[in-house]
Design a protein around this ligand. Structure first.
Ligand code: GLY
Length: 424
């Protein structure tokens, strides 16, 4: 570590997930300074924000110049571009996988082939670089069916098509918007949950189970978004169910990655569908979820720096996860029009006295001359902790009601799939 009192950490990213990471790291007794590149207006209240250089080699050089003890990479794009590799090449400790391991997220076609190679339960699929062949497969399989762009799409490249015409349209739109490969896969019915696992490549520590509300509208209607809200913990899997997921999904995934020479150091995020036939993998991500992180970190009692640093240096067996005996809920406030076109620069007002167990993580904000303003589609991730899920949801919506955000769109049914109905 450097000679400054406490460790220095550089977090890469500018969203609600990175605000939550910076918030968790700033609370660590082991951390002296949190630096975030590029950050946002909320992050700037607790960390030093720096411009983000364009190339991964320049970002790694920034980390070395800042003499940081740990680099934490938030989003998927810099991972896919090789930022972890560039940091490792300079001898820096980094929490986040290599570009080779990140292909599990950056190529859905690769992820499906990986699951097939390692007998990991998932739906049947086809991969297509030709729209006519993809449409033909859709017609052969029938609906409901799922069309995914293979590359990164900010969580918005998935269409769950109730009929063949919708699926064919999704295929055409994917290719028309420049994607070169689509995955068409079987529809899975059930409850969807997010399982995030912190891994040092060998040891894996599962975080609390969370549930994300991905579609833009109440009742899970409308287009997919990056995520409109989350709750944790989720009790849809008991201890035996979690052990089964560990044995049949998490361990074979991490072992498969090691066997293929691409061990995963960072977060393995498994999107699971709990079907009548058992849990199946919907998708992999290789970073913290957004907005899952916003509900998981406020519940985590273990020192976040200790956890991430131990994963980065291969010492996760030294760490024990401890959790608050409580629940958390997050309601995302988005700009009107999101996930389509939306305005920027909407003035925002966040009261100071929302309460000790409410944290407003900024997802897309800036400090303009006139004060705080929106700077993205997802703008605020309003998060509350309380004794149980219903109380956490109620507390989060109470805070939402007190925030000034003209035209804000937010779902009013976060927690609804788990039977929470307290939302206004
Ligand atoms: N909330 C889903 C994701 O982070 O991809």
């Amino acid at each position: 570590m450097s000679d400054t009192p406490g460790a220095r950490v550089l977090v890469i990213g500018s969203g609600g997930r990175e605000h939550a990471l910076a918030w968790g790291l700033a609370r660590s007794a082991l951390v002296g300074e949190v630096i975030v590149a590029p950050g946002n207006a909320g992050i700037a209240a607790l960390a030093r924000c720096l411009p983000l250089p364009e190339r991964v080699e320049e970002i790694a050089a920034l980390a070395r110049a800042e003499r940081v003890d740990l680099v934490v990479i938030g989003p998927e794009a810099p991972l896919a571009a090789g930022l972890a590799d560039a940091c490792a090449a300079l001898g820096l400790s980094v929490y986040g996988p290599s570009a080779a391991a990140a292909r599990l997220e950056s190529s859905k076609a690769h992820a499906k082939a990986f699951m097939a190679r390692h007998a990991i339960p998932t739906s049947p699929y086809g991969v297509f670089d030709d729209p006519a062949a993809a449409r033909r497969y859709v017609r052969e399989q029938g609906a409901p069916i799922v069309v995914k762009v293979s590359g990164l799409a900010g969580g918005k490249g998935v269409t769950v098509a109730p009929d063949v015409a919708t699926a064919e349209l999704a295929v055409d739109e994917a290719f028309a918007s420049g994607h070169r490969e689509v995955v068409v896969e079987g529809y899975l019915a059930g409850q969807e949950v997010s399982l995030l696992v912190v891994s040092d490549g060998t040891v894996a520590l599962p975080l609390r189970l969370a549930q994300d509300y991905k579609q833009v509208g109440d009742g899970d209607v409308g287009p997919m978004t990056g995520g409109m809200g989350t709750v944790a913990p989720v009790d849809l899997l008991d201890d035996a169910g979690l052990a089964d997921v560990t044995e049949r999904i998490v361990e074979p995934t991490l072992a498969g990655l090691r066997a293929e020479g691409t061990p995963l150091v960072g977060t393995l995020f498994v999107g699971l569908m709990l079907t009548a036939e058992g849990p199946q993998v919907l998708e992999y991500n290789v970073r913290f979820g957004d907005p899952e992180t916003q509900v998981l970190l406020p519940l985590l009692e273990t020192d976040l720096f200790e956890l991430l640093r131990a994963a980065a240096v291969g010492r996760l067996d030294d760490v024990e996860l401890r959790w608050r005996s409580a629940a958390a809920a997050c309601v995302v406030m988005a700009a009107p029009g999101y996930p389509g076109a939306y305005p920027l620069g909407i003035p925002l007002g966040i009261p100071d006295d929302l309460g000790p167990d409410v944290v407003v993580f900024h997802a897309g904000t800036t400090l303009a001359e006139g004060g705080l303003a929106s700077a993205g589609g997802r703008v605020l991730a309003v998060t509350a902790v309380a004794r149980d899920r219903a109380a956490a949801v109620r507390r989060a919506y109470d805070a939402v009601e007190r925030i000034t955000f003209p035209g804000a769109h937010f779902r009013r049914d976060i927690g609804g799939r788990l039977g929470v109905t307290e939302a206004p």
